[in-house]
Design a protein around this ligand. Structure first.
Ligand code: SF4
Ligand code: SF4
Length: 158
């Protein structure tokens, strides 16, 4: 790929990625101990908790939840629990998919634009396995998401 085009694509996805926040793992409500008191609903800043009439219990809309953890702190029954992100190389945003968005996030991390990654994110972003998250890792993730490579160096790929 022409270098200028490659850099241009990276810049476009970098700008796009700045519009999104990183979320890792998910929060879930356990209907067992939950008494449907509604405390979590009134303390959710994103209106992410709704009443599911099929199970007669509150649930969390993962598309709206940003992982702030407010609901956990306000639940009197310890009914909300955290599920850690799946561990997949290149999937730094934990959505179980390696995409150009992951490449953009990795580029931002390598450039110091974002710095609050977890150990899991750092490990999954270091796809060449050199112990460092760099723009080269971002380029590899972009290639993987585009189908140019099907395995990362850290997994044995070239
Ligand atoms: S973690 Fe935050 S955004 Fe998500 S449901 Fe709980 S309070 Fe709402
Ligand atoms: S605060 Fe806890 S017990 Fe109350 S509705 Fe939410 S999850 Fe259920």
């Amino acid at each position: 790929m022409n270098n200028k085009i490659f850099v241009l694509i990276l810049i476009i996805i970098l700008i796009t990625a700045l519009l999104f926040a990183v979320k890792n793992g998910t929060y879930q409500i356990n209907p067992g101990p939950c008494t449907n008191c509604g405390n979590c609903v009134s303390h959710c800043p994103n209106d992410a908790i709704y009443y599911n009439t099929h199970i007669w219990n509150y649930q969390i809309n993962q598309d709206l939840c940003d992982g702030c953890g407010n609901c956990v702190a306000w639940c009197p029954r310890d009914a909300i629990y955290f599920i850690p992100p799946q561990y997949i190389y290149g999937d730094v945003d934990g959505d179980e998919n390696v995409s150009s968005y992951d490449a953009a996030l990795t580029l931002q991390y390598s450039a110091g634009i974002i710095s609050d990654w977890t150990e899991e994110q750092i490990t999954s972003g270091d796809v060449n396995g050199d112990g460092n998250v760099s723009s080269y890792d971002a380029a590899l993730i972009l290639q993987y998401s585009a189908g140019i490579i099907d395995e990362f160096p850290v997994e044995g790929g070239k």
